[in-house]
Design a protein around this ligand. Sequence first.
Ligand code: BEZ
Length: 395
Amino acid sequence: MRILFGLALALIAGLPAPAGAGDPIRIGVVLPFSGVYAALGGDITDGMMLAFETFGDTVAGRRIELIREDSEVKPSVGLTKTKKLVYQDQVDLLVGPVASNVAGAMRDFVHNAEIPLIVPNAGNNLLTGERCSPWVIRTSFSNDQINRGMGGWLFDKGYRSLYLLAADYAAGHQMMAAVKRSFTAAGGAIVGEEYPPLRETKDFAPYLAKIKAAKPDAMYVFFAGGPAIQFVKQVHDFGLKKEIALTGAGWLTSPLFLPAEGAAAVGFTGALNYVPSIDSDENRQFQNAFQEKHGRVGSEFTVQGYDTARLIVEALEITGGATDDKAALVAAMHQVSFTGPRGPLRIDPATNNVIQDIYVFETRQVGYAVKQVVIDKMEAVQDPPNGCRMEVGRG
Ligand code: BEZ
């Protein structure tokens, strides 16, 4: 009777009813399953599923259930689907999204609803900086974290001028700002920058012509998904890499895109939080399991999904499967740390961004395969607070 009364009250107030011991743990997943980043959403999901198989899909008798929604890489769709998962499906926590602009649209709702959102990709700096929230935890990276080390690194290798080229939305602008800041601080010059539209750009030829004319030592770029494949092929066909080095945020030659890019990807130098050639037992175990199941190489996106699900399982084990006290669930996530395929990782309680190693790699022809070969490593890269003040109810 008391349970029924509580349930009725919760329904009237529009609040989720308290979860019972045997109830499933519902995770609302907001990822792109269509649109320019659809393949990334698929890889993150595959990584999560493998982690639930590996680390357990039931905690304290509660089975973990995923409810998936397609963000379509559209901010308004991502927000609508998030609201549906919280109000209608009454999920216990959320995972998503892939794109920085979608993350920006979801942030205020999640913050005000006080539902934990674990971000398995979108790097929007604001979410763990100025607009940080106790309820937003990121297992992937910030856009600044991946790129800011590369300005100094490229300068040290002798590059003196860069041309920046990136998709025209929050992620592209934040990544280029990071490398611009560190490259100019080291003494280098930015000789040009362009931001082609994310969805609409099918032909990079006009941009490549401008880069060729500007004669920089290197181009520094950010593209992922279909645009990355198109860009890599066109740079190769133009023969531009013979004159100007191709460098950038490492997603350009992700294992997810390499089968389509092939030898055109060779010669790229990038930075990323994971590449399949990392030499560790944890990584070999992950790749063996993933390749056995899917018949393809696991990408950085699969690893981010895998580590996200592992963080959730290990945090739930700490709370004994309880999900009603969201603050306790987030506090448990702060207690979790492990060495996964990408190396050691933990969540920084000051920003809720992940602390992790960043790898510099070259994409090379190795025998018959094209691979990302690690050439340098920046250890335990941690974002400064960047304006984050972690206070509950700060809006
Ligand atoms: C982003 O929008 O934050 C993003 C998308 C794809 C790869 C990396 C970052």
